[in-house]
Design a protein around this ligand. Structure first.
Ligand SMILES: [Zn+2]
Length: 210
C-alpha cells in the first residue's frame, strides 16, 4: 500500500546556524580591508560600503528555509523525472567571488514524489554557502538521496567562475561541468543516457551575459 502523506512529516530545511555572526565586527573588517588595500573610505561611494557588503554577504550565504514536500507515488511512475536549467549563483570558497550557471536535477522515484519546485530549492539552499562546485554537486545529490529515498538521483552543474574570468587566468566563457549520479542513475546505462539527453546541452547556456 502506498504510504500516506501524514505518515511522512514534511521535512524542513532550515538556515544553518551562524552563532558567531557579529555585524559590527564584520563591517569594521570590511572597512579595514578597504583601507589596508589603500582605498579612501571617506570617498562618497565607499562610506556605506561596509554595511552593504556585510548585508550582501549575509544574504548570499544564508539559505532560505523551505519545506521539502513529498507525495505518494500513486501512479507508480518509474522513469526519470528531471528539472533542467535551474539557474543558481554561489560564492567560491577560495576567492568569495560568484560562480553561476544552471543545474539539471533528476531522480527515479521510489514510493514518493517530490514537489518539482523543491528540486530548485535544494540547489539554492546548498548554493548559499562558501562553496566549491564539486562539493555543491555532491551535497545536492546526497540531500535528495537521503530525503526522498529515490531509486536514483542525478545532478549536473554547469557554471562559469568569475574568479577565473576576472582574475588569474582571465579566461571568460569557460564552463565547468560537474556531475553526481547515485543509485540506478549511477548503475543503469539507459537511465543515465536519458538523463544526459534530457539535460542542458553545452550549446544552451542561457545564464551567460555575453
Ligand atoms: Zn575561486
Amino acid at each position: 500500500m502506498t504510504p500516506n502523506v501524514a505518515e511522512h512529516p514534511i521535512a524542513r530545511l532550515v538556515p544553518r546556524e551562524t552563532p558567531g555572526f557579529d555585524r559590527d565586527r564584520a563591517e569594521a573588517a570590511v572597512e579595514d580591508l578597504l583601507q589596508a588595500l589603500g582605498h579612501d573610505t571617506d570617498d562618497a561611494h565607499l562610506g556605506d560600503t561596509p554595511r552593504r557588503v556585510v548585508s550582501a554577504l549575509r544574504e548570499m550565504l544564508t539559505p532560505e528555509e523551505f519545506s521539502f514536500t513529498t507525495f505518494p507515488n500513486e501512479a507508480e511512475y518509474d522513469e526519470v523525472v528531471i528539472v533542467r536549467g535551474i539557474r543558481f549563483t554561489s560564492l567560491c570558497s577560495h576567492h568569495l567571488l560568484p560562480f553561476h550557471g544552471v543545474a539539471d536535477v533528476g531522480y527515479v522515484p521510489g514510493d514518493r514524489l517530490v514537489g518539482l519546485s523543491k528540486l530548485a530549492r535544494v540547489v539554492d539552499w546548498h548554493a548559499r554557502a562558501p562553496q566549491v562546485q564539486e562539493r555543491l554537486t555532491v551535497q545536492i545529490a546526497e540531500e535528495l538521496e537521503e530525503r526522498l529515498a529515490a531509486r536514483g538521483v542525478g545532478v549536473v552543474l554547469r557554471a562559469e567562475h568569475i574568479c577565473m574570468s576576472m582574475r588569474g587566468a582571465r579566461v571568460s566563457g569557460t564552463t565547468t561541468v560537474t556531475s553526481a549520479f547515485r543509485g540506478e542513475l549511477a548503475t543503469d546505462a539507459a537511465f543515465r543516457a536519458h538523463f544526459r539527453a534530457a539535460g542542458m546541452s553545452d550549446q544552451e547556456e542561457p545564464w551567460r551575459t555575453s
